[in-house]
Design a protein around this ligand. Structure first.
Ligand code: ADP
Length: 341
């Protein structure tokens, strides 16, 4: 079991990582998501032992391994540039970690073959790295990391050099593979879709700090703060008021939804685009004007003006709507998130 406690890493006056504590779910995939420069790679390098923290500790199965050099941690690592040996065959690349660990030739070969089968590239074993595609190289990098049967798999943006379709394909493949192996994995990415679809658990970081951790659906539905709400998925965020007693939210543009609460608390409210529905007038919480309408294949994204606010709304009804058309909108109230303002 992997646990990090109060990790901190500074470069000069700048904190790359601070107060970073987490117990990683055993046998599961944890994704670390954050904007560029938020400290994701540094956090991973601290776990890998490639960098030393200024403060804090790394524990594996209850043992403090902060001072253990990376080559003695037995972690599998896959990075964005796969750092494969171009002049060696796929098989020899996969055997590399085993060779370094002094495994006998017969065992090396058998283990490499087994891992190549697992990553579905057995047929490429004799090819050189220069003779296979980018997606296949990624599989080789995976196989090389897995061949040593690592205690932990660390991945830093492993798919980001690939095109969108291949990325999606390999994402599904990774889920299958890591699910089968049940290996504890820490996966760094700046791609939300990747982080949500791969992660059993997610860590959202910003400016070196953890903003929130949890299952992807919980983070999406119940973001802990404005940063997470804005960063993860699309959202409508605005100043609102909540009834002190009932907690009911009064939206600034939905004057129809009841009288002003007696004792109002100022709050921020967030509504996802799919939590707003176009309905008939008698079912509506408010009316709005269509400012733009974008066809996105499986849905229509509308930009609506309601009072002083601009709202984005996603609708499965894909019939185009003319600009400046008045529409009626219902809010799925159970899906509103709020924070004190
Ligand atoms: P991310 O992976 O989220 O993009 P990084 O962990 O690479 O972020 O970087 C976090 C912060 O630390 C950034 O502001 C970056 O510029 C800084 N940083 C990272 N590595 C170094 C380094 N070797 N020297 C100085 N600053 C660094």
């Amino acid at each position: 079991m992997l646990e990090v406690r109060s990790l901190e890493k500074r470069y000069g006056a700048q904190h790359a990582v601070r107060d970073f504590s987490h117990r990683f779910a055993d046998g599961k995939i944890t994704t670390i998501l954050g904007p560029s420069g938020s400290g994701k790679s540094t956090a991973l390098a601290l776990i890998a032992g490639l960098k030393q923290p200024d403060r804090g500790t790394v524990h594996l199965d209850g043992r403090d391994i902060t001072a253990v050099p990376p080559e003695r941690r037995d972690f599998g690592m896959v990075f964005q540039n796969y750092s494969l040996f171009p002049h060696l065959s796929v098989q020899k690349n996969v055997e590399f970690g085993l060779r370094v660990r002094g495994a006998a030739a017969v065992e090396r070969s058998a283990r490499a073959r087994e891992t190549l089968a697992l990553t579905r590239i057995e047929h490429l074993a004799e090819r050189r790295i220069t003779e296979i595609s980018g997606g296949e190289q990624q599989r080789v990098a995976m196989a090389r990391a897995l061949a040593i049967r690592p205690a932990l798999l660390l991945m830093d943006e492993p798919l980001s050099a690939l095109d969108a379709k291949l990325r999606e394909e390999l994402r599904a493949e990774l889920l299958r593979l890591l699910g089968e192996l049940g290996i504890t994995t820490v996966y760094v990415t700046h791609d939300q879709t990747e982080a949500m679809s791969l992660g059993h658990e997610m860590i959202i970081v910003n400016e070196g700090r953890i903003e929130q951790t949890g299952a992807p659906i919980d983070l999406y539905q119940r973001p802990a703060n404005l940063f997470v709400a804005n960063f993860l998925g699309d959202s409508n965020v605005f100043a609102a008021e909540a009834d002190n007693r009932t907690g009911q939210v009064r939206l600034p543009f939905a004057s129809a939804n009841g009288s002003s609460p007696d004792s109002a608390l100022k709050c921020w409210a967030m509504i996802r685009p799919e939590a707003l529905e176009l309905v008939r007038q008698e079912e509506a919480d408010f009316s709005a004007i269509v400012e733009s309408s974008t066809f996105l294949g499986n849905r229509l994204r509308l930009c609506l003006r309601a009072g002083d606010e601009t709202l984005i709304v996603d609708t499965a009804n894909r019939t185009p709507i003319a600009l400046q058309t008045p529409v009626f909108v219902r809010v799925k109230k159970e899906e509103i998130s709020t924070w004190p303002r």
